[in-house]
Design a protein around this ligand. Structure first.
Ligand SMILES: *Cc1c(COP(=O)(O)O)cnc(C)c1O
Length: 435
């Protein structure tokens, strides 16, 4: 069926949705504001494909923003959730599933000497920051411009007037006093980080970074920069926190910590660790995690934390990832896609760079080398992306509806799906769309 045809059922659901949910959605980027038009409502997902409520089928390169490394409704994950559900949805008490998933997570990430499960990436980050503050007795946190760490109050922050000054809120509803505990540093810039350390070193509890920044396009970092952060954190006694909510179990079983061979003090997880259900996790050095209640005085709790369904989906996902050697296959498919898209860009003379880390990819719609900083991302990208997004949608290719969102391959994607994407991109560029 032609994906360009009207979507009357999506339109009707959207009309109802806006009367009951702000902008009709439960998370802002879903509202299509960055690309225009109305969001597509989905009926089901099958492997690498999505089917909307009007029966149109799409190859899905959004993957629910990261969790679906095995694709939609993987039979082993679905079976694990179904069997678990029949034995009770939540106990609010310990059960074996929590222990099994924690062991599986630690097996691949030895630096997580102790970890705790929570219900989202946001909750993982705010808990890890609280542990860092509680353990160090300090308040300040350094974050990097272009990294996203969930909607934690003190991290919804813009850079202040100068490098070494505290930030200002980037969201209404965040008191300036919260933002004033956060310092914002550019990525890829040792000198800028050192200036912050020079001014505030003894006040810094945590330095938090996405080691593979994937929330403002894909801003791949030099290993030397991450090593520099590691060294400086040791010098000033601050906790280095890797936010691996996207990169964890995505760039490999050991995430970015294993990829770069850098050991963070604390790390946060979400997305893949819950296999498509709402699960987050944070953990790290045992001496730091010993501050978490009831061992220590850092309070953190959750009614549905470690709930049986999330644990089952996460464990089934990690089990498949471990047993079936999925990462080599994803790397090979990613490399094929990269080579083909680069060929298309050259042949069509399109000013863009294809950026990739394993199964994460992003088309930087700008001239020159791939950017490594938020400031290096062209403001032109959004203007070029919107028509390209709608063209792809009309041809049955689904991306996250924003120029700044990365795309994902899953184990369910095949050369056939890559073919389709390349044909669609080639035709779009031939018609001047997205150029
Ligand atoms: C998605 C994301 C979060 C927030 O996770 P939620 O589950 O959406 O709360 C935090 N950090 C990073 C790096 C993310 O990509």
């Amino acid at each position: 069926m032609d994906a360009a045809a009207p979507r009357p059922r999506s339109e009707a659901l959207y009309a109802r949705a806006v009367e009951v949910l702000p902008a009709g959605v439960n998370s802002p980027v879903r509202a299509f504001r960055a690309v225009g038009g109305t969001p597509v409502f989905f009926e089901r997902g099958e492997g690498a494909e999505l089917v909307d409520v009007d029966g149109r089928r799409y190859v899905d390169f959004c993957g629910s923003w990261g969790p679906l490394i095995l694709g939609h409704a993987h039979p082993r994950v679905v079976a694990a959730v179904r069997e678990t559900a029949e034995r009770g949805l939540t106990f609010g008490a310990p059960h074996g599933g929590e222990v099994a998933l924690a062991e599986a997570v630690r097996e691949a990430n030895a630096h997580l000497e102790r970890l705790r499960f929570v219900s989202s990436g946001t909750e993982a980050v705010l808990s890890a920051i609280r542990v860092a503050r509680g353990a160090t007795g300090r308040a300040a946190v350094v974050k990097f411009d272009g990294c996203y760490h969930g909607h934690v109050d003190s991290l919804l922050v813009h850079a202040g007037s100068g490098l070494a000054t505290f930030g200002t809120p980037s969201s209404a509803g965040v008191p300036a006093a919260f933002a004033e505990t956060t310092l914002v540093c550019p990525l890829d810039n040792e000198a800028a980080f050192d200036e912050i350390v020079r001014h505030h070193g003894p006040a810094i509890a945590a330095v938090i970074i996405e080691p593979v920044p994937a929330n403002h396009g894909l801003l791949l970092q030099r290993r030397a920069f991450l090593e520099h952060l590691r060294r400086r954190c040791d010098e000033i006694g601050a906790c280095l926190v890797f936010d691996e909510v996207i990169s964890g179990f995505r760039v490999g079983l050991g995430g970015a910590a294993a990829l770069f061979k850098i050991r963070p003090d604390l790390a946060t997880y979400g997305k893949i660790v819950g296999g498509g259900l709402p699960v987050g996790a944070y953990g790290g050095r045992q001496d730091l995690m010993a501050h978490v209640a009831p061992l220590g005085r850092v309070y953190q709790a959750g009614t549905l934390s470690g709930n049986p369904l999330g644990m089952a989906a996460g464990l089934a996902t990690l089990t498949v990832l471990r047993e079936e050697g999925i990462y080599a296959k994803l790397e090979a498919l990613g490399a094929t896609l990269e080579a083909r898209v680069n060929g298309i860009l050259r042949r069509r003379g399109v000013e863009a760079a294809f950026v990739r880390q394993g199964s994460i990819f992003w088309l930087a719609l700008q001239a020159g080398a791939p950017p490594r900083t938020a400031a290096g991302v062209s403001s032109d990208a959004a203007r070029r992306f919107a028509p390209l997004f709608h063209y792809c949608l009309s041809k049955g290719v689904y991306f996250g509806p924003s120029a700044y969102e990365v795309a994902f391959l899953s184990a369910a994607h095949t050369e056939h799906h890559v073919d389709l994407l390349c044909q669609v991109l080639d035709r779009a560029f031939a018609e001047g769309i997205g150029t």
